[in-house]
Design a protein around this ligand. Structure first.
Ligand SMILES: Cc1ncc(COP(=O)(O)O)c(C=O)c1O
Length: 398
C-alpha cells in the first residue's frame, strides 16, 4: 500500500460520527441536520428537463476537454460575472470542465508538484476545506496551515510567513468566500496575494465555489484582479467554480477550472489519464445553468431570508459575526464546539459540525475549537427551527 495514505486525516464527518456515536438524541424532537454543506433547495425544473432530454448522450464517450458549448457558456459567465474584458477567457485554452471542484482541487496539486520537488510546501488557511491538505500530502508536499481568526478578520496573513517557507511554496489555496468562516477576501488582499505569488513564483488556486451566495457585497474574483493588474494571461492564477452551491446541483458533480493556459495545458494531460470526462447529459444541463442568472438570484433570496431569521434569533443572546457570503454560520459557542455539538444533538436532535474538525492544531491552538459550523441548507422553516434549538442549547450551556 502507499504509505502516504497514512498521513490522511479522517474526514470531518467521520469524526462527527465518532463523537455522536454513543449519544442518544432526544425523542421529543425530530432530527434536523445542519452539519453538511449540501444545498437542499430544489434544482430549477428546466435544468432537470435539459438533463432528461440529453440522456441520449449516454451512448457516447465524452471528451476530457468537454463540449465547446459548455466551455463557451462558462467562459462567458466568468466574463459577465466578474466584469472581465469580453472575450478575454479563451474557452479553448483557459478553461476546463471538472466533475465537481473537489476532484479538481485534489488533482491540480499533482499537476503542479510531485516527488521530484523535495521540500515543496502548499499553503492553505486554517480552518479549511480538507481536500487541500490531502492533495498536498499525497503529492509529497508539506501542507502549511495559516490561521484565519477573528483577530485577522478571518484573512490569513501569508506574507508574514518566513521567506524560506515562501521560497519552497508551489501553490497557495485560498477560499473566498471562505468555508467555514464566510469571509470574503477583498480585492486589495487578492492583489497582495498575486504579488506574493509572483515574488516567490508559486500558483494561486482560488476556491470560489461559494461566490454566488452573498449577502450585501458581491465577492470579487481573482481573474479580475489579475486582469486589472495587466496579467492578461492570468499568469499563476486558477479559479475553481461549481454548480453545486450556485445552482443546487451537488449530485451533478459539475464545475470548471479557469485561468493560466500554461498550467491548464499539462493539467489537461493529467486529466486525460485520470479519466474524469463529464457525462454528456451533465454537460448539457451545466451549459443551461451557466447561461441563467434568475435561478441564482432566487437562491440567494432564500439564503438571505434564512440568515436574517438566524440573526434575529441568535443575536439577542450571543455575539454573532454574520457571514459576508456562503451559507455557513461560524458561531462561537459556550463550552467549545465539541461539547456544544454533543449537547445539541442529545438534547435537541440537531446536528452541526464542531469547528475543530475543520481546523488543525490541538485544543486552543486549533482556531476552530471554540466554534460550531451551521450549514443553513435546509428549507426556511426547518432552518429556523434548528436555529431556535441552537439558541436553547446556548441558554443551557451559557
Ligand atoms: C470550500 C469548498 N470547496 C470545494 C467544495 C467542493 O464542491 P464541489 O465538488 O461540489 O464542486 C466544497 C464542497 O462542500 C467546499 O466547501
Amino acid at each position: 500500500m502507499n504509505t502516504m495514505l497514512n498521513g490522511l486525516q479522517p474526514y470531518p464527518f467521520e469524526k462527527l460520527g465518532i463523537l455522536l456515536n454513543e449519544v442518544t438524541p432526544s425523542r421529543d424532537y425530530s432530527a434536523i441536520n445542519l452539519s453538511i454543506g449540501e444545498p437542499r433547495h430544489p434544482v430549477a425544473p428546466w435544468i432537470r428537463e435539459t438533463m432528461a432530454q440529453s440522456l441520449d448522450g449516454i451512448s457516447r464517450y465524452p471528451t476530457t476537454r468537454g463540449e465547446a458549448s459548455l466551455r463557451q457558456a462558462a467562459s462567458r459567465w466568468l466574463e459577465r460575472r466578474f466584469d472581465l474584458i469580453p472575450g478575454s477567457v479563451n474557452p479553448e485554452t483557459q478553461l476546463l470542465p471538472v466533475n465537481g471542484t473537489r476532484e479538481a482541487l485534489y488533482s491540480i496539486v499533482h499537476a503542479i508538484t510531485g516527488p521530484q520537488d523535495k521540500g515543496a510546501v502548499i499553503l492553505m488557511p486554517n480552518p479549511f476545506y480538507q481536500i487541500y491538505e490531502g492533495a498536498s500530502i499525497m503529492a509529497g508536499a508539506t501542507p502549511i496551515h495559516v490561521p484565519a481568526t477573528e483577530a485577522n478578520h478571518f484573512l490569513p496573513d501569508y506574507s508574514a510567513l518566513p521567506p524560506d517557507i515562501l521560497a519552497r511554496t508551489k501553490l497557495l489555496f485560498y477560499c473566498s468566500p471562505a468555508n467555514p468562516t464566510g469571509a470574503i477576501t477583498p480585492e486589495a488582499e487578492l492583489k497582495k496575494l498575486l504579488q506574493l505569488a509572483e515574488t516567490y513564483d508559486f500558483v494561486l488556486a482560488a476556491d470560489e465555489c461559494y461566490s454566488e451566495i452573498w449577502y450585501q457585497q458581491q465577492p470579487p474574483g481573482l481573474l479580475k484582479v489579475a486582469q486589472d493588474l495587466g496579467r492578461t494571461g492570468f499568469e499563476r492564477c486558477l479559479v475553481f467554480h461549481s454548480l453545486s452551491k450556485r445552482s443546487n446541483m451537488p449530485g451533478a458533480r459539475s464545475g470548471f477550472v479557469a485561468g493560466d493556459a500554461k498550467i491548464l495545458k499539462p493539467y489537461f494531460q493529467l486529466r486525460t489519464y485520470t479519466g474524469c470526462a463529464t457525462p454528456p447529459f451533465i454537460q448539457q444541463a451545466a451549459t443551461a445553468a451557466w447561461n441563467d442568472e434568475a435561478h441564482v438570484e432566487e437562491n440567494r433570496i432564500q439564503y438571505r431570508q434564512k440568515l436574517a431569521d438566524a440573526l434575529e434569533i441568535l443575536q439577542p443572546i450571543l455575539p454573532v459575526q454574520p457571514p459576508q457570503a456562503g451559507f455557513y454560520l461560524w458561531l462561537r459557542v459556550p463550552r467549545g464546539g465539541e461539547t456544544f455539538t454533543r449537547h445539541l444533538f442529545h438534547r435537541y436532535h440537531v446536528t452541526v459540525l464542531p469547528g475543530a474538525y475543520l481546523g488543525r492544531g490541538e485544543g486552543v491552538n486549533n482556531p476552530g475549537d471554540p466554534y460550531i459550523r451551521i450549514a443553513m441548507v435546509q428549507p426556511r422553516a426547518e432552518n429556523r427551527e434548528g436555529i431556535r434549538r441552537i439558541a436553547a442549547a446556548v441558554h443551557d450551556l451559557g
